[in-house]
Design a protein around this ligand. Structure first.
Ligand SMILES: [Fe+2]
Length: 250
Protein backbone atom coordinates (compact mmCIF):
# COMPACT_ATOMS: atom_id res chain seq x y z
CA UNK A 1 0.00 0.00 0.00
CA UNK A 2 1.43 3.39 -0.89
CA UNK A 3 1.91 6.11 1.69
CA UNK A 4 -0.99 8.09 0.24
CA UNK A 5 -3.51 5.44 1.34
CA UNK A 6 -2.24 4.76 4.84
CA UNK A 7 -4.21 6.27 7.70
CA UNK A 8 -2.32 9.06 9.45
CA UNK A 9 -2.77 11.07 12.57
CA UNK A 10 -2.71 14.84 12.20
CA UNK A 11 0.79 14.95 13.65
CA UNK A 12 2.01 12.33 11.19
CA UNK A 13 0.43 14.15 8.28
CA UNK A 14 1.98 17.44 9.35
CA UNK A 15 5.35 15.74 9.69
CA UNK A 16 4.93 14.14 6.27
CA UNK A 17 4.25 17.54 4.72
CA UNK A 18 7.24 19.16 6.41
CA UNK A 19 10.64 19.16 4.76
CA UNK A 20 12.95 20.03 7.67
CA UNK A 21 13.20 18.30 11.08
CA UNK A 22 12.68 21.60 12.93
CA UNK A 23 9.54 22.19 10.85
CA UNK A 24 8.23 18.83 12.04
CA UNK A 25 8.80 19.86 15.64
CA UNK A 26 6.94 23.13 15.11
CA UNK A 27 4.03 21.34 13.46
CA UNK A 28 3.91 18.89 16.34
CA UNK A 29 3.69 21.75 18.83
CA UNK A 30 0.88 23.36 16.85
CA UNK A 31 -1.17 20.17 16.81
CA UNK A 32 -0.58 19.53 20.49
CA UNK A 33 -1.63 23.07 21.28
CA UNK A 34 -4.81 22.79 19.18
CA UNK A 35 -5.64 19.41 20.68
CA UNK A 36 -5.28 20.78 24.20
CA UNK A 37 -7.38 23.80 23.27
CA UNK A 38 -10.17 21.65 21.76
CA UNK A 39 -10.39 19.40 24.81
CA UNK A 40 -10.06 21.97 27.60
CA UNK A 41 -11.29 25.08 25.72
CA UNK A 42 -9.92 27.44 28.36
CA UNK A 43 -11.01 30.53 26.41
CA UNK A 44 -13.28 31.55 23.56
CA UNK A 45 -10.35 32.28 21.29
CA UNK A 46 -7.01 30.75 20.46
CA UNK A 47 -4.28 32.28 18.35
CA UNK A 48 -1.70 30.53 16.19
CA UNK A 49 0.92 32.95 14.94
CA UNK A 50 4.35 32.97 13.35
CA UNK A 51 3.57 31.28 10.04
CA UNK A 52 5.95 32.58 7.36
CA UNK A 53 4.01 34.29 4.58
CA UNK A 54 5.95 35.60 1.61
CA UNK A 55 3.68 38.41 0.44
CA UNK A 56 5.71 38.92 -2.72
CA UNK A 57 5.11 35.29 -3.66
CA UNK A 58 1.38 35.71 -3.04
CA UNK A 59 1.17 38.44 -5.67
CA UNK A 60 -1.97 40.45 -6.23
CA UNK A 61 -5.07 39.69 -4.20
CA UNK A 62 -7.72 38.05 -6.45
CA UNK A 63 -10.40 40.48 -7.58
CA UNK A 64 -13.20 38.07 -6.62
CA UNK A 65 -13.59 34.76 -4.80
CA UNK A 66 -15.11 33.14 -7.90
CA UNK A 67 -12.40 30.99 -9.46
CA UNK A 68 -9.78 32.07 -6.91
CA UNK A 69 -9.36 28.46 -5.75
CA UNK A 70 -7.70 27.48 -9.02
CA UNK A 71 -3.92 27.85 -9.04
CA UNK A 72 -3.92 29.74 -5.74
CA UNK A 73 -0.55 31.24 -4.84
CA UNK A 74 -1.52 30.78 -1.18
CA UNK A 75 -1.92 27.01 -1.51
CA UNK A 76 0.74 26.13 1.14
CA UNK A 77 -0.88 28.48 3.66
CA UNK A 78 -4.33 27.12 2.78
CA UNK A 79 -3.16 23.57 3.52
CA UNK A 80 -1.78 24.72 6.87
CA UNK A 81 -5.04 26.50 7.65
CA UNK A 82 -7.16 23.48 6.73
CA UNK A 83 -5.03 21.22 8.92
CA UNK A 84 -5.45 23.61 11.86
CA UNK A 85 -9.22 23.60 11.34
CA UNK A 86 -9.24 19.81 11.07
CA UNK A 87 -7.45 19.55 14.41
CA UNK A 88 -10.40 21.38 16.03
CA UNK A 89 -13.30 19.65 14.28
CA UNK A 90 -14.86 18.63 10.98
CA UNK A 91 -14.54 21.41 8.44
CA UNK A 92 -17.60 21.97 6.27
CA UNK A 93 -19.08 24.49 3.86
CA UNK A 94 -22.52 25.87 3.11
CA UNK A 95 -24.01 25.09 -0.30
CA UNK A 96 -25.25 28.68 -0.53
CA UNK A 97 -21.95 30.37 0.30
CA UNK A 98 -18.99 30.66 -2.09
CA UNK A 99 -20.16 27.66 -4.11
CA UNK A 100 -19.97 25.36 -1.08
CA UNK A 101 -16.27 25.86 -0.53
CA UNK A 102 -15.08 24.87 2.93
CA UNK A 103 -12.53 27.68 2.93
CA UNK A 104 -13.76 31.10 1.94
CA UNK A 105 -11.75 33.94 0.51
CA UNK A 106 -12.44 37.14 2.43
CA UNK A 107 -11.25 39.86 0.10
CA UNK A 108 -12.39 43.28 -1.11
CA UNK A 109 -14.67 43.16 -4.16
CA UNK A 110 -15.20 46.13 -6.42
CA UNK A 111 -18.73 47.44 -5.95
CA UNK A 112 -19.01 46.05 -2.39
CA UNK A 113 -17.08 48.92 -0.76
CA UNK A 114 -19.96 49.96 1.51
CA UNK A 115 -21.81 46.66 1.89
CA UNK A 116 -22.22 45.09 5.31
CA UNK A 117 -20.25 42.09 4.04
CA UNK A 118 -16.76 40.71 4.49
CA UNK A 119 -16.03 41.84 0.92
CA UNK A 120 -16.42 45.54 1.78
CA UNK A 121 -13.38 47.77 2.03
CA UNK A 122 -14.49 51.22 3.15
CA UNK A 123 -16.66 50.59 6.15
CA UNK A 124 -16.59 48.90 9.50
CA UNK A 125 -18.03 45.38 9.53
CA UNK A 126 -20.21 45.12 12.60
CA UNK A 127 -19.85 42.36 15.14
CA UNK A 128 -21.86 39.29 14.33
CA UNK A 129 -22.19 35.67 15.29
CA UNK A 130 -21.28 33.55 12.27
CA UNK A 131 -24.25 31.67 10.78
CA UNK A 132 -26.32 32.39 13.87
CA UNK A 133 -29.48 31.43 11.94
CA UNK A 134 -28.59 27.74 11.83
CA UNK A 135 -28.82 25.21 14.72
CA UNK A 136 -25.86 23.29 13.23
CA UNK A 137 -23.58 26.27 12.82
CA UNK A 138 -19.90 25.65 13.38
CA UNK A 139 -18.50 25.42 16.88
CA UNK A 140 -15.52 27.42 15.69
CA UNK A 141 -14.80 30.00 13.03
CA UNK A 142 -11.20 30.15 11.87
CA UNK A 143 -9.64 33.21 10.27
CA UNK A 144 -6.24 33.31 8.64
CA UNK A 145 -4.68 36.62 7.71
CA UNK A 146 -2.40 36.61 4.64
CA UNK A 147 -2.08 40.36 4.10
CA UNK A 148 -2.69 43.29 6.40
CA UNK A 149 -0.86 46.36 5.05
CA UNK A 150 -2.93 48.79 7.16
CA UNK A 151 -2.56 46.78 10.38
CA UNK A 152 -6.34 46.51 10.71
CA UNK A 153 -7.36 44.80 13.94
CA UNK A 154 -9.70 41.87 14.39
CA UNK A 155 -11.94 42.41 17.40
CA UNK A 156 -13.47 39.46 19.22
CA UNK A 157 -15.90 39.69 22.11
CA UNK A 158 -16.39 36.76 24.46
CA UNK A 159 -19.43 37.92 26.37
CA UNK A 160 -20.54 34.83 28.25
CA UNK A 161 -20.20 36.73 31.53
CA UNK A 162 -21.77 39.94 30.25
CA UNK A 163 -25.49 39.18 29.93
CA UNK A 164 -27.71 41.59 28.03
CA UNK A 165 -31.17 41.46 26.54
CA UNK A 166 -32.58 43.93 24.03
CA UNK A 167 -36.16 43.74 22.89
CA UNK A 168 -38.53 46.02 21.00
CA UNK A 169 -42.18 46.22 20.10
CA UNK A 170 -44.04 48.08 17.42
CA UNK A 171 -45.90 51.15 18.60
CA UNK A 172 -49.66 50.85 17.90
CA UNK A 173 -51.53 52.80 15.23
CA UNK A 174 -49.09 52.21 12.34
CA UNK A 175 -51.12 49.81 10.17
CA UNK A 176 -50.90 52.17 7.18
CA UNK A 177 -47.18 52.85 7.61
CA UNK A 178 -44.71 50.94 5.42
CA UNK A 179 -42.83 48.19 7.31
CA UNK A 180 -39.42 49.83 7.20
CA UNK A 181 -40.79 53.20 8.38
CA UNK A 182 -42.60 51.90 11.45
CA UNK A 183 -41.45 53.06 14.87
CA UNK A 184 -40.48 50.65 17.61
CA UNK A 185 -39.90 51.21 21.28
CA UNK A 186 -36.99 49.29 22.74
CA UNK A 187 -36.12 48.18 26.24
CA UNK A 188 -33.02 46.44 27.48
CA UNK A 189 -31.32 45.34 30.64
CA UNK A 190 -28.01 43.91 31.81
CA UNK A 191 -29.41 42.61 35.09
CA UNK A 192 -28.43 38.88 35.06
CA UNK A 193 -31.70 37.56 36.53
CA UNK A 194 -33.87 39.46 34.08
CA UNK A 195 -31.69 38.41 31.13
CA UNK A 196 -31.92 34.76 32.20
CA UNK A 197 -35.73 35.01 32.57
CA UNK A 198 -35.99 36.52 29.08
CA UNK A 199 -33.81 33.75 27.63
CA UNK A 200 -35.93 31.08 29.33
CA UNK A 201 -39.13 32.65 27.98
CA UNK A 202 -37.75 32.61 24.42
CA UNK A 203 -36.58 29.00 24.74
CA UNK A 204 -39.97 27.99 26.11
CA UNK A 205 -41.79 29.61 23.19
CA UNK A 206 -39.44 27.80 20.78
CA UNK A 207 -40.15 24.50 22.50
CA UNK A 208 -43.92 25.07 22.47
CA UNK A 209 -43.74 25.80 18.75
CA UNK A 210 -42.15 22.41 18.17
CA UNK A 211 -38.46 23.26 17.99
CA UNK A 212 -36.53 20.57 19.91
CA UNK A 213 -33.58 22.93 20.42
CA UNK A 214 -35.79 24.79 22.92
CA UNK A 215 -35.72 21.91 25.43
CA UNK A 216 -31.92 21.64 25.29
CA UNK A 217 -31.63 25.37 25.75
CA UNK A 218 -33.97 25.32 28.75
CA UNK A 219 -31.73 22.67 30.30
CA UNK A 220 -28.69 24.92 29.76
CA UNK A 221 -30.55 27.85 31.27
CA UNK A 222 -31.80 25.97 34.35
CA UNK A 223 -29.09 27.27 36.70
CA UNK A 224 -29.23 30.69 38.18
CA UNK A 225 -26.86 33.07 36.39
CA UNK A 226 -23.60 34.15 37.97
CA UNK A 227 -23.15 37.71 39.11
CA UNK A 228 -21.58 39.89 36.42
CA UNK A 229 -17.88 40.61 36.94
CA UNK A 230 -18.32 44.29 36.19
CA UNK A 231 -20.40 46.95 37.85
CA UNK A 232 -23.89 47.19 36.39
CA UNK A 233 -23.32 50.90 35.86
CA UNK A 234 -20.34 50.17 33.64
CA UNK A 235 -22.22 47.45 31.77
CA UNK A 236 -25.16 49.82 31.29
CA UNK A 237 -22.86 52.47 29.91
CA UNK A 238 -21.36 50.00 27.44
CA UNK A 239 -24.74 48.77 26.21
CA UNK A 240 -25.94 52.37 25.90
CA UNK A 241 -23.15 52.95 23.42
CA UNK A 242 -23.97 49.76 21.53
CA UNK A 243 -27.67 50.67 21.23
CA UNK A 244 -26.81 54.23 20.16
CA UNK A 245 -24.52 52.82 17.48
CA UNK A 246 -27.19 50.44 16.19
CA UNK A 247 -29.78 53.24 16.24
CA UNK A 248 -27.49 55.46 14.23
CA UNK A 249 -27.13 52.97 11.37
CA UNK A 250 -30.56 51.35 11.45
FE1 LIG B 1 -18.74 36.76 9.20
Amino acid sequence: MSLAYQPMTMVELAGHLSRQPDEKIRWKHVWEFLEEYRIAEPSALCLVSGLDVDEAALGDTPAHWQGSQHGSTAFPQEIFFLLCGSALGDVFGWATQQDGRIMHDVLPIKGHEHYELGSNSLQHLSWHTEDAFHPCRGDYVALMCLKNPDQVETVVCDAADHPAVLTAWELPGQSTVADRDRLFESIWTVEPGAVRDAARACAQVAQQLGHPEGAALLYDLADEPAAPPVELVQATSLLNRVVAYVDQWA
